[in-house]
Design a protein around this ligand. Sequence first.
Ligand SMILES: O=C(O)C/C(=C\C=C(/O)C(=O)O)C(=O)O
Ligand SMILES: [Mg+2]
Length: 427
Amino acid sequence: MKRSVFAVALNHRSQTEAWHDRFHQSPYQTPPKTPVWFIKPRNTHRRDGDTIALPSRQQTFSGGTLAVIIGQTARKVAAADAAAFIQGYALANDLSLAEESFYRPAIKAKCRDGFCPIGEPAPLKDISALEIITEVNGVGKQRWSTADLHRNAAELIAALSDFATLQAGDVILLGTPQQRIEVNPGDEVVIRAAGLPPLHNHFSTQAEAQTQPEGHATLFALGLNYADHAAELEFKAPEEPLVFIKAPNSLTGDHCVSVRPDNVDYMHYEAELVVVIGKTARNVSRGQALEYVEGYTLCNDYAVRDYLENYYRPNLRVKSRDTLTPLLPAVVPRSAIPDAQNLQLKTFINGELRQSGNTRDMVFDVPFLIAYLSEFMTLQPGDMIATGTPKGLADVNPGDEVVVEIEGVGRLTNRIVSEQQFEESLK
Ligand SMILES: O=C(O)C/C(=C\C=C(/O)C(=O)O)C(=O)O
Ligand SMILES: [Mg+2]
């Protein structure tokens, strides 16, 4: 089944208590006002009974949690109505390396292969104070209650479905306490809760042979991968790639509309070269990286910057809203693009050139990005990397026609509509 697994950080009281002082200092300044969403992409998905390979040099921590399984399309659902959109619940493990920062997406810590096993679902009537128990090698190591979450399942469905349409089979992980449980090769971990099938996983140094995972292809995106763009947002160019993941609900195609939320000041277009992975890539060197590229396309990585908070920047509310990622479906084969690091990118608003740059100015080039990601996770055929945007951001408004273009790759047109126009088009 194709499904998106959304997860929320900092939803357990013990986490916000532990981070309280840090969240009043730089770069955070204030505690988060909205849920801090992240995505567990398909390479992390595993099932009950699967063996999970642990990274060799870093300590991994278990994060037993409850997964809410969505039963029907959910869009702008009020918390009071959310129960009708829940098909059931399952136990899950939001595995992670140590959480040292909440400032940028913790892809390296949370999105490693196998870092999200989810058990079999079951209906449950009341999850308001469900005890989630973690046992390692038969010994109880942790017990926590969903009563200690800041937001319950209904409130999270309401918050997420406000900007992201959820589909049947999508999953929301409710969060974990600050204290996590170490897991080591050889461990048997069982997550239990009354009324749900337990989730058993064996941990090892060896990965089991994986078939092509089910689930949506992952669209990785780069933040601030052009130094001139970083400067215009008053950032320094990054020293390590800033990777985030765009949720599938945000994707649209050529000649589609993108919705500008009401009452915002900054909806920015971003023309980006997109690399499409052609074959499974794990621990690929820079020298070999291009052999794993099927071809190239382009996207417009819209951002509603009013919604930026200094947590998991950029949060899904900024970049993964419905309709905010127009993507050209046609992929130009790698053989047709002799040098992906010398392509002109342009954005036109109502025919006027507003953004212009060249892929030669990427801070981290395509081979580097493939080598970097494949060092800690497996890239699968169909996965994509949106490589960041150059300088030249400007606000767009309902009625604007936005064209992004990359020489030799294509031209992608879309139109901005207001929320009201969009709602009317759905009737
Ligand atoms: O959103 C921001 O302000 C910066 C950012 C992401 C930027 C891009 O998507 C881009 O440079 O293409 C971030 O990760 O904070
Ligand atoms: Mg971008």
